[in-house]
Design a protein. Sequence first.
Length: 759
Amino acid sequence: MAQLLIELFSEEIPARMQLQAARDFERLFGDRAKAQGLIWHSLKAYVGPRRLALHVEGLPLEQAAVTEEVKGPKDGAPEQAMAGFLRKVGLTQDQLVLENGVWMARIEKPAKRTAEVLPGILEDVILTFPWPKSMRSGTSSFRWVRPLKRILFLFDGKVIPLSVGGVTSGDLTQGHRVLSSLEAFAVKDFADYQLKLRDNFVILDHIERQSLILDKANEACAAAGCALMDDPGLLEEVAGLNEWPTPLLGDMDPKFLSLPPEVIKTSMRTHQKYFAVRDLSTGKMAAKFIIVANQVANDGGAEIRRGNAKVLSARLSDGVFFWSEDNRKGNFDAWLQKLNGVTYHAKLGTMAQRVARIEALAEVIAPLVKADVSLAKSAAHLAKADLASYMVGEFPELQGVMGGYYAEAARLPGDVAEAIREHYKPQGPSDSVPEGAVPAAVALADKIDTLVGFFAIDEKPTGSKDPYALRRAALGILRILRQHNVRASLSELVAAWYQSLLIYAGEGRAVYVDTDNWRGSAGPRWAAGETEVYDNYLRDFRAGLLESTVFVIPTDRDYDLDLQFEHVANTPKVDNALLTFRDFRAVSAEFADFFADRLKVMLKDEGVRFDVVEAGFALKDDDMVRTVGRIKALESVLATPAGTELQAAYTRFANILNAEAKKGALPTAEPKLLSGAPEVETALTQQVIALTPVLERLIDAEQFEEALDKLAGLHGAVDAFLDGVLVNSDVAAERENRLSLLSALRRLFDGVGDLSKLA
């Protein structure tokens, strides 16, 4: 068994690409090596600012000879089939073997030295490497993330010849660009490679570099009475920027602590890659920061600290200016006016129109989360205003956060400021859900507008593509609905979005039309099939002959879920334009299916059994909270002896009903207490009749566990009935009534879920 060492040495690899590149290197090389029949003991990739390396232990020096059997056509198959098979395997028919009526080809693969196989594997990996972005160097057509300088390629201590993109393999590598005294040096194996890199100021392992940064930074902070603020993303990035990381504690002017801490931290992180520090005595941000230098300075880093503090002061001085300008009186009104000129999406209008939709949605949603309607509307109206501020223009990641600060500075109600700050939440699985009722209402309105809007213009996620992060928005909505126990049907939320379009009527913009109920201002009916007025209007509109658009939804009727919406036209204009959307019912159905899929994924991630999830969703209830309640109740009861009895009872009578359904329609009449019926039949009938209103009340009250327990209590009576009578009696009346009894029994069970889905 031998060792393989590969290093692809290049100019600086972007830090954000490094860890994925290491994973891709392991995967690509491993897959191609397996395809060549190679086995190994261990395979690990390493990555740094200028190198991508692979270390493989336990590779064989030579592959054993193998005989591969390939199954061919049956004896007597058409000549064309046999001819095709012979071309595939490269043999003649007399070289085949007939086994059990099937022709088999035995292909002998001779032993091959591993050193002969490796160059082809590595060349294929390099040429097909999936860098997010790559570049060509000079006149070569070869692409790599940055210009490739060296290929170190050692197997069993010997160089494997290879040339890719004009770069020839060897046993040389390089150390730190500045600190190393050697331009290049040779290595013999992985241990020698790691040792010599360290001697030349390069720490190979990305994880080791992260640990070193954390340890040294924490030491420096502790000595100054401070503590490092956690930032895993920045830690990963900085470890990818430095081959020999050296953390240093710098000082900043305390006057900048008057800025919101998010501004200071974001400026440090985004522009300078500094870590923020908090004061241990107060718990607040300290006037210090951690720099990670890529070198060891002769003066102990004093000049590095001084220079970085100067740069940070310049950055934060900009922040002070932005903060001062953004807090001027009346800025919210000015910002909202600017949003009229900001396009949200060509098919969804301006950001100001989006704000108006969110405000209308918040008014509908607020009562569902028990929030103050006026506060929710006010917060929704101002939620996007900070997008036009100086600070958010400089730091887009602070949208919402800065709006909250500006709302506080303007002395707006606390719930409004909190809602503005938190309405983007949750932005991922690790982000928290808004806790207050008003923030929850605005967050739901924001995400519902995003989702329904893109469904309405047919921009749904497809496969792995989700450019507008709609899946993340859906999971955020589900988390808010569940945490706040929001009782709303999805179709009602979709309808609320469509009704929010009515707000544009007052602006003189054409948005949506119910063609069956619209009458033009001149009087003629504009209905399906009566297109003359429509055609003339659209012609004049597109020709720019109309000063404003007056094509609106009528407001003289009550809109409900039965309203049939229809789109009318498409135009690339945004300002003062016709914005058209897909049919309400189609969008509502797709929206429900999309949410069902997302909730299924969420529940499965929480460990809920797949079959239990399917049983709960079979009822197609678009109240997601109620659906989760059913599923959780099923999960809880099925884990108990009562659950076993419940499932056993259901299985026995459902099997009979399924068999009878194949013969014809099942009776739909309610079961009766027939005179002279066996006692077991009378007993079960009485229990079903008595239990029906009880279960209806329990299910209406969403007491699903109690309902399931009562259904499980029928187990004994069901067994006694099925053991004591013949359901398919020769007497038609008896057979009809007994099937009616089992049908009624199944209807009771179906109220809590489709138990036929259970494994």
